[in-house]
Design a protein around this ligand. Sequence first.
Ligand code: LLP
Length: 431
Amino acid sequence: MSAPILNPDTPEIAYRGDALCVEDTTLAHIAASVGTPFYAYSANAIERQYRRFGAAFAGRPARLCYSVKANSNLSVIATLARLGAGADVVSEGEFHRALAAGIPGNRIVFSGIGKTEAELAFAVAHDVYQVNVESREELEALSAVAHRAGRTVAVAIRVNPDVDARTHHKITTGKKENKFGIDLAHAPDVFAEAASLPGIALKGLAVHIGSQLTALGPFEIAFSRVIELFRVLAARGVRLERLDFGGGIGIRYRDETPPTIEEYAGVIRQMTRGLDVELAFEPGRYIVGNAGVLATRVLYMKEGVTRRFVIVDAAMNDLLRPALYDAWHEIVPAHASKSVGQAVTQSVVGPVCETGDAFALDRLLPPFRAGDLMAILSAGAYGAVMSSSYNTRPPAAEVLVRGGEFAVIRERPSYDELLARDRMAPWLAGR
Ligand code: LLP
């Protein structure tokens, strides 16, 4: 029996003979030296996705700002920095990461609805390329910060186009009831105010209606509303030079059929024809999502009354998406021969003391046995970044693979490190 074909969009993660590999490195080899659980990312897959996104806009001024929130490991950001990527950050912490990975401030877009004054000051001091402002109040705060620093900061106003992105409700951001952006109808007033504020250089409009979008329709509606506003503003004498179209397109986790990046770019080229603007994009998931797996080992097989449980050593603290969004991630054995034989309905669960700590429920999977290594696919985006040490479990290590080489790019913390920032209250110390 031949090894199953995995995600066709990501040839870097595939079986070579019996062994599941990331590029030329087997997961079993990494597991032997790093232990489980661990995330493994393909450097080549990350680069390919970035290049493909850029190539889709060739000839059209387009700025790619990798959305650091998807995977903020310094080595991942640095991989993209070397290709010339900018960054989209949503906190001073991410700003620090982007800088540390070699992306200068003048290639960083600062997004988010709740930037503190200190964060704004940090961005201004580091020559931020653009701050995407989400409220009148933030605009005033930014103006004060920039004015105090004797600087002028480039600003895009993020608008809320009230469009249903048709994605999971927890990651929908462009409906009017969502906390994001400024209502389209209010935007012209905000622009009028901004024009009179010191320290603010109004450069553009920004929009982001949600993540993991698998259809072009919602993008088209949102972008056409933004372009309409762009024209209204131009007619009022507000000359803008930038349009920031937010995050990237969705990816294939299971059987989704997202548009190709070329189709997405085609629509945008068409819509922005004749507009003399620089486009910006903030893709995260598209770049790293399918480039990573979470490798985990089976601890126990447990025959429940109504379910066959595969208890693994990764848990919701390592990969939260299934628990939080009921997200589907494919699960495959690290050794294809293990899949020989009748698939069995099994539930893959972690050790955390919550029923929600499950990676798959009642799924037809190859018959796993204790000690087997498996991979949870499409875990490169919103995986390690959303991990925690819940249940005082050390979060999974992270590994970057390039060809036959791999490097640990984040160590699994020791128990001493996990406890290190707790302090005994003085009245408890010494007893
Ligand atoms: N720009 C802005 C303003 C965003 O809010 C986001 C994502 C992005 C760009 C990047 O979007 P992407 O290209 O990755 O679709 N934790 C969730 C996803 C949350 C997305 C939040 N914002 C998940 O695991 O599905």
